[in-house]
Design a protein around this ligand. Structure first.
Ligand code: SF4
Ligand code: SF4
Length: 369
């Protein structure tokens, strides 16, 4: 499809939201809640985080206000778009026992509306495609995830304000999106450059009060994205650490990390590609019905790796090592790439400021600390 860029003036931005709503979409977008930027139902562009910047560092996340008219001058919040597809907790089926003692099982199908998410980051698109690889495998397709995925329209905002914790340039997943969206926006001072990636995106842009983007606007956007990549100071030692990680399972740094790690699981909760979950039953007090649910789980939780009465990874050293060797190592074998998209959330939201880029540099031999 031919790459054409259009310009939507800042004062016309509401037309995008309005058109999506008139087309029947449930609209979702970023907004400030309790000191963080989260995605939630977006009824008006006034809810967007206008003039907000984020300051992120290891173990630190703060928002600051400014008089900038920009809506997307921040990097990311604690959640990507994962909760909209792989929900933190949901009921999968219910069982009912009748008076004769027979059991009936009923699937609980999610009610899904067409949903348009505005403000998705390129790293979160990459994480979405990783989750697709897991949940949409032909041999074990997840109908709950699939139903939501099929109803999604995605409006990406390329990153011109990366946080100090971001390293998507080194994983190849940002700061500009190259796939997986309907429309990509790049924010300029006076408006937005719009790029459609598919027919649906083209049809949507045609309905907006846009102009062809000028040469100068395109140069400003390209320069902002290039600067966003070069501002990133963190990086992974390599995009494929599979061999190096498994060659260093006995490295002393795993124990060093274990002495700082609280096993709280924050890192896995904020990671947009983590997909571990557990399942359980909730029996009604009358003893006649129960519901079977699944909820997010973590390789740091006490029940993780408990098999046939034995917990295989019982200590923090082996739990943390499992997290990194899977995400940065054996994902290559399982899904054809690393499971890390460089969003940096696990660095900001770790209460003790453990930074996987630093730990990996030590464990994989590029740093002799
Ligand atoms: S491992 Fe950390 S930086 Fe990588 S995708 Fe997960 S949260 Fe983001
Ligand atoms: S690495 Fe940090 S966020 Fe992850 S479990 Fe340990 S203390 Fe919690």
């Amino acid at each position: 499809m031919e790459r054409t860029l259009s310009f939507l003036a800042r004062e016309s931005f509401a037309s995008l939201l309005q058109h999506l709503q008139e087309s029947g979409y449930h609209t979702v977008g970023p907004q400030v809640r309790e000191g963080a930027i989260v995605f939630d139902t977006l009824d008006s562009v006034d809810q967007l985080p206008k003039g907000i910047h984020d300051q992120q560092a290891a173990g630190r996340y703060r928002l600051e206000s400014s008089d900038s008219p920009r809506l997307f001058a921040w990097a990311n919040g604690p959640q990507g778009i994962k909760p909209f597809l792989f929900t933190p907790r949901e009921t999968l089926w219910r069982s009912q026992r009748d008076e004769s003692g027979s059991l009936t099982f009923t699937a609980v199908e999610p009610e899904v509306k067409p949903t348009a998410i505005i403000g998705v980051r390129p790293c979160d698109i990459a994480a979405l495609y990783l989750q697709d690889k897991h949940f949409l495998q032909q041999e074990s397709l997840d109908p709950y995830y699939q139903k939501r995925r099929q109803q999604l329209l995605l409006i990406v905002v390329n990153c011109t304000h990366p946080a100090k914790t971001c390293f998507c340039a080194s994983t190849g997943d940002g700061p500009q999106a190259g796939y997986g969206f309907d429309i990509a926006l790049t924010e300029l001072d006076d408006g937005f450059l719009l790029e459609a990636h598919n027919q649906r995106g083209h049809q949507l842009i045609e309905k907006l009060p846009v102009q062809p983007a000028t040469e100068q606007q395109q140069q400003h956007a390209a320069q902002a994205l290039s600067e966003a990549a070069s501002q990133q100071t963190r990086q992974l030692p390599s995009q494929n650490l599979n061999h190096k990680l498994f060659a260093n399972l006995k490295h002393s740094q795993w124990q060093d990390i274990a002495e700082r790690c609280l096993s709280c699981g924050n890192c896995t909760a904020v990671c947009p590609s983590c997909f571990c979950h557990s399942e359980g039953e909730l029996a009604a007090l009358d003893g006649h019905s129960s519901e079977h649910h699944r909820e997010w789980d973590s390789c740091f939780s006490p029940g993780h790796s408990h098999i046939h009465g034995i917990t295989i990874r019982a200590d923090t050293r082996t739990k943390y090592r499992q997290w990194l060797t899977h995400k940065l190592g054996s994902w290559h074998t399982q899904y054809g790439r690393s499971g890390c998209v460089g969003c940096g959330r696990c660095i900001s939201w770790c209460p003790t400021g453990i930074d996987l880029t630093r730990e990996l540099a030590i464990i994989c031999g590029d740093n002799d600390e």
